[in-house]
Design a protein. Structure first.
Length: 150
């Protein structure tokens, strides 16, 4: 198996983000953390991931400041993994992936989980990219400006 190449020093924010959360296990760990999972054994049983792989991913997410460990909320000697502010900032990324999957990877009547408004119980509206003046933007309405590195 080829050794993973780090994208941490890339000039592209997408590449750097993928260096931190770009494998499926990390994204699924984040999904579960947003759903309230905090303990190693809960992540492992929910994901069906090998202990070594889970330990590696949790360590990486902790080192990158996405998760942190804290004393167990129930007062036991266990440690829990909790999202940091940086980690909570990934919520829209996970929602965007969810909504893309819902739109493109399911037949109309396929069973699937749903993201709903906790208070209203209604499905969450689709995410929309908007300009600073509130216009709706598509991919063709944007461009990437790359820094001049001379």
């Amino acid at each position: 198996m080829a050794k993973r190449v780090s994208l941490w020093n890339a000039g592209c924010p997408v590449a750097r983000a993928l260096d931190v959360i770009g494998d499926w296990w990390s994204l699924l760990i984040l999904r579960d953390a947003f759903d309230g999972t905090t303990r190693f054994n809960e992540f492992q049983s929910g994901l069906g991931i090998a202990k070594g792989m889970l330990a590696s991913r949790l360590r990486h997410l902790t080192e990158r400041g996405i998760l942190e460990t804290a004393p167990a909320s129930d007062g036991t000697a266990y440690r829990e993994y909790v999202l940091t502010e940086k980690g909570r900032g990934l919520f829209l990324v996970v929602v965007a992936l969810r909504q893309w999957g819902e739109a493109h990877l399911y037949e109309p009547n396929d069973p699937r989980s749903r993201l709903v408004d906790r208070d209203a119980g209604a499905p969450v509206a689709r995410l929309v990219l908007r300009s600073a003046d509130d216009r709706r933007l598509g991919w063709c309405d944007t461009r990437v400006e790359k820094p001049d590195v001379t």
